[in-house]
Design a protein around this ligand. Structure first.
Ligand SMILES: NC(=O)c1ccc[n+]([C@@H]2O[C@H](COP(=O)([O-])OP(=O)(O)OC[C@H]3O[C@@H](n4cnc5c(N)ncnc54)[C@H](OP(=O)(O)O)[C@@H]3O)[C@@H](O)[C@H]2O)c1
Length: 288
């Protein structure tokens, strides 16, 4: 196999870190050029163009994103700049050197009114700026050339996500309050990273939903984290989304489970159930 070259943007993010690390660990001839937000701002057309043209990768992996959903409502220019327009710059530079783009998107492109898991071809109708800006990024991609991976509810042993926050607060003895009437697809960033790399190595293009198996509310996720830690389930209290709506300006879909049949059809494998995946993360966090 000839050497594969990857450029990764947003490589200090939860997913970007794992993608860059896992790509480097592959037992294949690969070269990985990873850029943090401090190295390269993906909104800068000239910089993006220069790095892609000089490194001539096979894949441009866009793990850069403005993911603070509530801040996106207040800062739409930044949201559209990072999540949408930056894809135009990456695609035009990739096009010039014959590279493909692997982009990541979100369950928030859907309005949450479905009662069954969303497939890749279901009607998109984002409720807020974050989802609209991510959909904008999807629209910049080339059909038949680029890869768009929609995921959801990402968790990992890195700081600043629900799993790591809950483990920390649980150990401090805090009472936790989590929403029970929003249902989605909990997903572990390591599993997403591995699945994404396999899609790239298999030269897949188009739109894929990649999440861990099963569905849950945040309340159920937190109960499972507490169970995995061996802690009392009374430590979490179930609340409704409406009761905290004034604290979180961005509207969230009530139901955003993603169907992964397309991923399974492409690679002949399913993703792990979220319970097993989160238990792995909790074990890692418990050792820290
Ligand atoms: N997290 C979730 O629950 C979730 C759910 C659905 C979909 N997704 C999607 O999954 C992907 C990965 O998410 P994640 O959780 O890894 O997000 P993350 O941890 O917030 O990482 C995003 C990274 O992008 C970087 N970045 C922001 N603006 C940039 C810019 N202008 N130029 C270059 N880099 C920039 C950030 O840098 P700084 O560290 O400097 O801010 C950060 O390192 C994203 O496409 C996201 O939309 C995430």
């Amino acid at each position: 196999m000839s050497q594969l070259r990857f450029v990764v943007f947003g490589s200090n993010g939860q997913l970007g870190q794992r993608l860059a690390r896992r790509l480097r660990e592959l037992d294949l001839p690969v070269e990985v050029f990873a850029f943090t937000s401090a190295d390269i701002d993906v909104r800068q057309r000239a910089t993006v163009n220069e790095v892609i043209r000089s490194l001539r990768p096979d894949w441009v992996v866009n793990a850069a994103a403005f993911t603070a959903v509530d801040r996106c409502e207040r800062e739409p220019e930044l949201a559209f700049g990072v999540n949408a327009l930056a894809l135009r710059w990456q695609v035009e530079a990739a096009d010039a050197v014959g590279a493909r783009v692997c982009n990541f998107s979100t369950d928030y492109v859907f309005n949450g009114q479905s009662v069954e898991p969303y497939r890749e071809w279901d009607r998109v109708d984002p409720l807020g700026v974050y989802g609209r800006s991510k959909l904008g990024g999807e629209c910049e991609l080339r059909v038949g050339t680029d890869l768009n991976i929609r995921t959801a509810w990402l968790m990992s042993a890195s700081a600043g996500n629900i799993a790591s926050t809950v483990v920390r607060l649980a150990k401090e003895g805090s009472v936790l309050r989590f929403v029970g009437d929003q249902v989605g697809s909990p997903t572990v960033a390591d599993d997403l990273s591995e699945a994404s790399i396999q899609l790239m190595l298999s030269a897949c293009t188009g739109n894929f939903h990649v999440v861990n198996g099963g569905t849950a509310s945040w309340y159920e996720v937190v109960r499972w984290i507490l169970t995995s830690l061996g802690r009392d389930l009374d430590q979490v209290v179930e609340i409704t989304a409406a009761s905290v709506a004034d604290r979180y300006p961005a509207p969230r879909p009530a139901y955003s489970v993603l169907a992964t049949a397309t991923y399974s059809a492409a690679l002949g494998r399913a993703t792990d159930d979220w319970h097993d995946a989160i238990e792995r993360v909790v074990r890692e966090l418990d050792l820290q």
